[in-house]
Design a protein around this ligand. Sequence first.
Ligand SMILES: Cc1cc2nc3c(=O)[nH]c(=O)nc-3n(C[C@H](O)[C@H](O)[C@H](O)COP(=O)(O)O)c2cc1C
Length: 378
Amino acid sequence: MADLSTTFTGVTLRNPFLLSSAPPTESESNILRAFEAGWGGVVTKTIGLHPVVNVLGPKTKFLRADADSAQLSMKKRPGAALHSSWNWELISDKTLEWWAPRIRRIKEAFPNKVLIASIMAGSGNDKELKHWQELAETAQGEGADGLELNFSCPHMDRRDMGSNIGKDQGLCSVVTEAVKAVAKVPVWTKLTPATADIVVEAAACFRGGADAIVSSNTFPSIPLIDPETLEFEINVDGLVSSGGLGGPAILPLSLAKMSQLTKAFPDKSFSGIGGVSDFNQAASYFLLGCGTVQVCTAAMLDQAVGPNVIKKLLAGLDRFLEEHAKDGWKNIEDFRGIRRDRIVLQSEIRRPDSADYHSGYENVEGYAPVQPETAVRV
Ligand SMILES: Cc1cc2nc3c(=O)[nH]c(=O)nc-3n(C[C@H](O)[C@H](O)[C@H](O)COP(=O)(O)O)c2cc1C
């Protein structure tokens, strides 16, 4: 077997595949099963200081597409293919006190597997920033190998939490800096894709000292309305709020965000998430420059922790390295980022007659056409 190991932000992983922060990582038993199944690392379900109460009824459902019609629905039916997951689940309903001894036990059972603690608090005042520090110090004190700051949960009402932090470059840098002030382990920040220019918030995280950026969390979305019942396909008392879309549907969207990040910061570390279920999708993230890849939806649908998903990811990476042994590739570092520079401005793409194209501007006689470098960044 090829060398699948990698070192990411100073942490050595046996393979570059992690379960992302979500239901597959919500309990000690799930995380132990995930490590037994072969995942190189696990990011815990996001841990907060205060107990959380979720909505009544299902917190996640899966949207499926028919091959022979335009129907897209959460209704279970034969032959339909997975389109996406939709969730309005909050962070872990277990508190830090519940998680602390479990982090220790998990690390004792699997000292060579990587356990990252995802954490979240408010950010409105100094007391809240101390909450981040308390979460960070406890998790690393119990043995967590790293911290992932959740700046991306799409369903927080509070203006100073979750994706509302990830939409505010000031908060991104202040919270990262507060955690870095106490962190002895690498700090990753997980950003929301729901922002005009993710490069701005990533830059702020790096200014605060972030060791890596993780992207994407789920995309803000609502469930579809059933045309027969006129009810949202998932609702409580007929009501719904904005939730998050994950799974295959977000793969191209998430890759677009990731390409913006890796192009803007080619020397920084990135962990890619969104729509990965086998190596074919993971390859795109590596080729754009990611050092690790995380998985949620595909694992949820595979015995809760993805034993077959990780098998396919490992076999796929092994096969890929074997096929490219002729190119001298021995591990992911040998091909990481080699397609990053293929994403360019529209004006840089060859057309049948370039003389006729003026980057969308009127061709004014006597003036030079607009040069690509004066156009906006993609
Ligand atoms: C039910 C559910 C719960 C989630 N909870 C969290 C969470 O607590 N913290 C977090 O950072 N991301 C959370 N996520 C986002 C996932 O970690 C992941 O970023 C997203 O689902 C995209 O990956 P996927 O396409 O593989 O599902 C959750 C996703 C789902 C579907």
